[in-house]
Design a protein around this ligand. Structure first.
Ligand code: ADP
Ligand code: MG
Length: 544
């Protein structure tokens, strides 16, 4: 195998698509300490990807070297590998890119020396010389994958790639809010961020929706710190692109962390939607292993299970706190889908008419049940309609979700037996201790049969019977299986719509809802309550 061919094969791991080139070039610019990074793209990255920075530059006699394999100026010893502070460290990117494209680089340092220029094609140096320029580096990548028609044919369509390039630049702008970024696509500037700090980065990325991201404050977790912004539950996306997680200045997206974030939101988000966050985590770099993947897409953090739990708990608490009557009242009958939840209590006083009291379901006067689905109640000058199923579901969910390591559990008079599918047996078996922690004592009984012997105290009779399906439904879920199970179980065990309720039952439902940390959305994220204000009626009827 010729060295050129070997090089092209290795390049495939690093340079998979135009977005990979943009990433590597931007990361190099950031590692060079750039304050300003301009990216220019044409032909969805296949014709041109250019990244220009004002960083420290490359000395003329090192420019060719930067393109040779395993050339890196960032790691000097093995010791450095244990605490990588730069985004790059493998010394592979430039050589890999030069193996699959034509590359022109110009660079100058601030030493006062003239700059240099180099052109490479198929990994070989074709031109080399001096070139005057301001300190910094510009790398132009032309005709990417021109010699690799098969690779080209597997690329996503140009529109998708352009969207990907834009979302990458946005992620970097969020990850490095003090750096100025711009992206020009086919001659048009599509993104610009002034680099004036986090709020300006959020404004650049989320435009007028930036106001819906609430600062989380700075929190110390067991091994480091986290700060950032949480989108309100009404600010959602159809995919995970809005989840920005920055670990030591490096944006990351390992599945486990994203799932932990999402599961913290799950109970208040509409099904199938994803939240928007910008979270910054800073921990000792020696706890982080970034050297797992040629394209550096994965990281491993020592003790990250604990981290994820702490982070999840913090976010849950934050989101729970933000559900208040003010939020609810911003959401009357005629606009049921719109949810604006962040500002707690404060806005009750600040904005608009004074609604006076806290939302208190326990003190409402129950007027009756409507359509066999909702409880009609009144308090102050507001009429409330409470979805009976969702209210009960929320209460059950909170009981179950907070049961960890306790638990008052109650023997069933008659154990419930169920059979599991072969493929689920081992997973269920492995989860029995955690189920016991939830208050469900389950035993294996024969090869495919399990017996449920107890359920948490205070839950309705049918709960244990619903366990089988909920278990089966959460088998494929990874670390978040418990959350999934609990949400599902609460839904199955809750009072159904269509059930007639006595006054006493309605009172009990409202009292239990009142005891919940989050009282306005069911665990699937749908609203529990609708309100009609006396003043809305007055307006409607044109009462004097
Ligand atoms: P790595 O980033 O892993 O070190 P690369 O192949 O991406 O490897 O880059 C090789 C070397 O070229 C870097 O270590 C750095 O010294 C130099 N370099 C690349 N891009 C820039 C840049 N924009 N500014 C300054 N130096 C750069
Ligand atoms: Mg690099």
């Amino acid at each position: 195998m010729s060295p050129a061919l070997a090089q092209r094969i290795a390049a495939g791991e690093v340079v998979e698509r135009p977005g990979s080139v943009l990433r590597e070039l931007v990361e190099n610019a950031l590692d060079a300490g750039a304050r300003s990074i301009r990216a220019t793209v044409a032909g969805a990255g296949l014709d041109l990807i250019e990244v220009s920075d004002d960083g420290q530059g490359i000395a003329p006699d090192e420019l060719a070297l930067a393109f040779s394999r395993h050339a890196t100026s960032k790691i000097l010893s093995e010791h450095d590998l244990d605490a990588i502070q730069t985004l790059g460290f493998r010394g592979e990117a430039l050589s890999a890119i030069a193996a699959v494209a034509t590359v022109e680089a110009t660079s100058a340092t601030s030493s006062g020396q003239a700059g240099a220029r180099i052109v490479l094609r198929e990994g070989e140096v074709r031109e080399e010389g001096r070139r005057a320029r301001a300190p910094g580096t510009t790398i132009r990548v032309l005709d990417l994958f021109a010699g690799l028609p098969v690779r080209r044919s597997f690329l996503p369509n140009p529109r998708a790639e352009r969207a990907h390039l834009l979302s990458l630049i946005r992620l970097y702008a969020l990850a490095r809010p003090m750096v100025r970024f711009s992206l020009t696509v086919d001659g048009k500037e599509v993104f610009h961020c002034a680099g004036l700090g986090e709020p300006s980065a959020l404004a650049a990325v989320y435009a007028d929706q930036a106001a819906r991201l609430t600062p989380l404050g700075t929190h110390t977790l067991s091994q480091g710190q986290v700060h950032g912004y949480l989108g309100d539950p009404g600010l959602t996306r159809g995919n995970r692109d809005g989840l920005s997680l920055v670990l030591n200045g490096r944006w990351i997206r390992p599945k486990g962390w994203l799932s932990a974030l999402e599961s913290a939101y799950q109970a208040i988000l509409p099904h199938g939607r994803h939240p928007v966050t910008a979270l910054y985590i800073d921990i000792d770099p020696s706890l982080v292993d970034v050297n797992l993947h040629p394209a550096k897409l994965e990281v491993r953090v020592r003790g990250d299970e604990e981290w994820r739990m702490e982070l999840g708990a913090l976010i849950r608490e934050r989101l729970g706190n933000s559900l208040t009557p003010a939020a609810l009242l911003a959401n009357p009958l005629d606009r049921p889908r719109q949810r604006t939840l962040p500002t707690p209590r404060r806005s009750l006083r600040e904005g608009g008419p004074d609604y006076g009291e806290e939302l208190n379901f326990a003190s409402m006067r129950v007027l009756g049940q409507v359509f066999h689905t909702a409880i009609l109640a009144e308090a102050g000058n507001i009429l409330y309609l409470v979805d009976q199923h969702r209210a009960d579901e929320r209460a059950l969910y909170e009981v179950l979700a907070t049961q960890e390591n306790v638990v008052a559990s109650q023997e069933l008079l008659e154990p419930i037996r169920f059979e599991a599918k072969d493929r689920d047996l081992e997973i269920i078996e492995a989860r029995l201790p955690e189920l016991a922690g939830l208050g469900f004592r389950v035993e294996r009984f024969g090869r495919r049969t399990f017996l449920v012997r107890s359920q948490p105290t205070g839950l309705p009779e049918g709960t244990a019977a619903a366990l089988r399906e909920s278990l089966a439904g959460s088998v494929d879920e990874g670390p978040n299986w418990r959350e999934r199970l609990v949400v599902d179980l609460a839904c199955r065990a809750a009072i159904k719509r269509g059930t007639a309720l006595t006054d006493q039952e309605m009172l009990t439902i409202l009292e239990r809802l009142q005891r919940c940390a989050s009282r306005t959305q069911c665990p699937h994220g749908s609203p529990i309550v609708a309100v009609v204000r006396a003043e809305d009626l007055a307006r409607h009827f044109k009462w004097p």
